[in-house]
Design a protein around this ligand. Sequence first.
Ligand code: SF4
Ligand code: SF4
Length: 429
Amino acid sequence: PEFREALHCIRCAACANVCPPYREVGGHVFGHIYSGAIGLVVTPFMHGIEAAAGPQSLCLSCNACEQVCPVDIPLPRQILDVRAMVAAEQGMKRPKAAVLGLYSHARTMNVLLKIGTRSQLPLARGQPMIRNRRLPILKTQTRWRSLPALAKRPLRDRLKSGVAAASLGMIGEAAGLTVALFPGCMTDRIYPEQGEAVATVLAALGVKVVHPEGLHCCGLIPNNSGDVPHAKAMARQTIERLESAPADRIVSGSASCVAMLGQDYVHLFRNDPAWLPRAQAISDRIVDFTSFVARVAHLPPGSLAALDGGQRELTYHDSCQGLNALGLSSEPRILIEGVMGDRLIELEENTLCCGFGGAFSFEYPAVAERLMNRKLKNAEATGTRLIVTDNQGCIMHLRGGLDASGRRIEVRHIAELLADRVREQTRSR
Ligand code: SF4
Ligand code: SF4
């Protein structure tokens, strides 16, 4: 019954035409007899789980198919359910299963990541990127994309010293609210400056920011890999941590984490009467950073414009989770063009995935590279030197590709731009 919506399919093929990996590899690879997104869903029922196992792994969960399906079939969710069936029946590849098992242990990972921060020195050589393109184990990944080094100090440690921003007393409607910050594991360990930027902007809005202790990963990585037991374990851990820090709202600067906490948790615990209400309560409170600033705080136009009246030129990359899963489109544009008064030059094919897709870009580097190059070519065509987005996975992927190809284009999180303006105003007072 969970797949019954698939029976509404009218075979229009829109879900295939819009699918980024399908467009790269074609229908013979992306499917069995039935191809495209709907093919991934119906294959296990028509031809068995074995026939579905390979093709379903090519879905990078961009959610584009759901946007175009004229009969509203929840294709990405159903594909993940097929993936979970494959994982349950056939198991996952051993290295992947081992990594996911290890990653689900928050304390063990804390220790391992501390060791990793020190032992990465020979690879990173003090740089923010790992560029070693010769090591056999890294070659398929770093030939076309540099990888980020772990941050010297994770966000969890940096936040203990507090963020350097007092309330600016801006005209906003969020003042007085208490917000729990959910940074996400990539922000915590790789891009802590982005988490600080979110906290800085929230503080400037007069919001009380609390940092729940012991947060690890929301479980998105195992969930997108079909590893339901570990996804549930990590979701429970996250729910407990967030419940321990009462707040009006939970804000995250990661669109992927917001989609996981806001949508996937409820689906994960759909048959669990004990955890479903708790998952629903988290889902009701989670909001992404751009929506919070644009729709909850309602910052007025120009309130974070450059003090010298200058206007930056930039382009915006809509992350798939932001655009397709959360429906964010006007929110970042309100912040860029309205609140900051910058000039936004839109990307061609702005709805097309950049090719990251979490584990996808590690498992299918050739497809991920092609999609990334298409995105970077479109970014170059705008003539700007700055790509802005709201998702750490896209940032890692695009920065890595730009670094490896020697292009001089910056990729920044939208919170960093807003935080820069907050700091500028703080200094001028
Ligand atoms: S979610 Fe994206 S990658 Fe997956 S089938 Fe749909 S369009 Fe293709
Ligand atoms: S877009 Fe929807 S209706 Fe069209 S083929 Fe795909 S699943 Fe079927």
